[in-house]
Write a protein that binds this ligand. Structure first.
Ligand code: ATR
Length: 282
C-alpha cells in the first residue's frame, strides 16, 4: 500500500489502478475511486481502460510490468480474465467470475466483490422465490448471492437458453425458458442483463410490464441510469424497487478494502457522490 499527503498527480511513483471493460463509456468507478483515494490520502490514480477481448492477455502482462496495484473488471471480461491470473479467492472460484484483481505478495489474484455488493440492500428482506434474468458474469454473482441467502426457489432465464441451462446446473437452480419468464410467479425478479443500461439499450427492458403481478421486489443491478424502464414499470405495478446504486457502491468498497487493507470508503458519502455525478450526467 502506498500513501501520501500530496494529491496523486504530485507523487513521483503514483500507484495505478483501473477498470477494464468493453464498452466502458459509462463507468463511474474512476470518479468514485479517485475521490476515495484522495479522501484517504492514497497516492493512487484510477483510470478507465477500454479493452477489446483479444487484448486481455496483453493487458495482464502489462499490469505485471507496470506499477498497476489493482483494478476492476467488467463486461465482457468477468469470466475470461480468471485464467490469466495467478490465483483466485475461494469466493471467486465459487462464483466463476471476477470483478476485482489485486496483489497478494507476488501473486496477481482475482476476487468477486459483486456478491457482497448485491447482498447489501437485501439484508432485511425475506425472499421466497427469485428469478434472475441474464446469464453473464454478473448473473453468476447474483446467483451466488441468492444461494448465500438460502432463497428456497431460484430460477434463471436468458435470451440464449444454453447459457442459462449451464448456470442452472452449476448453481443447482432451475432454468426458466425465456418465453416463460413473464409467468414465473417469483416474488423477486433481478435484471442482470445489459438491457436498460445507459447507451443503446437504455430504453429497453428484459421483461414485459405484464409480468409484475401481485407484490414483489424488482431489483436492477444497472446503476446508470438509476431508474431503468424495468424499475419504472415495476413501480407502476405496485412492486418495491431496488436500483443498482447500493450494489455498485458495495462492490467498490469491497474492492477498495482488498487494495488498501486498513482503509475504508464511507458508504453514504460514496453513494451521494455517485448520485450527484449521475444527475450531472458526466
Ligand atoms: P455481464 O458480465 O454484465 O453479465 P455479459 O456477460 O456480457 O455481461 O452478459 C450480458 C447479459 O445480458 C447476457 O445474459 C445477455 O444475453 P445473451 O446471453 O443472450 O447474449 C443479456 N442481454 C444482452 N442484450 C440483450 C437483449 N437485447 N435482450 C435480452 N438479454 C440481453
Amino acid at each position: 500500500m502506498i500513501t501520501g499527503k500530496n494529491p496523486p498527480f504530485m507523487m513521483p511513483y503514483t500507484a495505478l489502478f483501473g477498470i477494464i471493460g468493453h464498452p466502458l463509456a459509462h463507468s463511474m468507478s474512476p470518479a468514485l475511486h479517485n475521490w476515495a483515494f484522495s479522501r484517504a490520502g492514497i497516492a493512487g490514480f484510477y483510470m478507465a481502460w477500454p479493452l477489446q477481448p483479444e487484448k486481455l492477455p496483453a493487458f495482464f502482462d502489462a499490469a505485471r510490468a507496470l506499477p498497476v496495484r489493482g483494478g476492476n473488471i467488467t463486461l465482457p471480461h468477468k469470466v475470461t480474465s480468471m485464467a490469466l491470473l495467478d490465483g483466485l479467492s475461494p469466493r471467486a472460484q465459487r462464483v466463476g467470475a471476477i470483478n476485482t484483481f489485486y496483489w497478494d505478495d507476488a501473486c496477481l489474484c482475482g476476487d468477486n466483490t459483486d456478491v457482497a455488493g448485491f447482498l447489501d440492500p437485501l439484508a432485511h428482506r425475506r425472499i421466497l422465490s427469485a428469478l434472475v434474468l441474464g446469464a453473464g458474469g454478473a448473473s453468476r454473482a447474483v446467483l451466488a448471492g441468492l444461494k448465500e441467502l438460502e432463497v428456497p426457489d431460484i430460477g434463471v432465464s436468458n435470451r440464449t437458453a444454453g447459457k442459462a441451462e449451464t448456470l442452472a446446473e452449476e448453481f443447482g437452480v432451475h432454468h426458466v425458458p425465456w418465453d416463460d419468464r413473464t409467468s414465473s410467479g417469483a416474488d423477486c425478479i433481478i435484471n442482470a442483463t445489459t438491457q436498460g443500461m445507459a447507451g443503446e439499450g437504455v430504453d429497453n427492458t428484459p421483461l414485459p410490464a405484464r409480468a409484475f403481478r401481485g407484490k414483489g421486489l424488482a431489483y436492477d443491478i444497472v446503476y446508470n441510469p438509476l431508474e431503468t424502464r424495468f424499475l419504472r414499470e415495476a413501480g407502476v405495478a405496485g412492486w418495491d424497487t431496488q436500483d443498482g446504486l447500493a450494489m455498485f457502491v458495495g462492490q467498490a468498497r469491497e474492492s477498495f478494502r482488498l487494495w488498501h487493507r486498513d482503509k475504508d470508503m464511507p458508504a453514504r458519502e460514496a453513494a451521494a457522490l455517485v448520485k450527484r455525478l449521475l444527475a450531472a450526467d458526466v
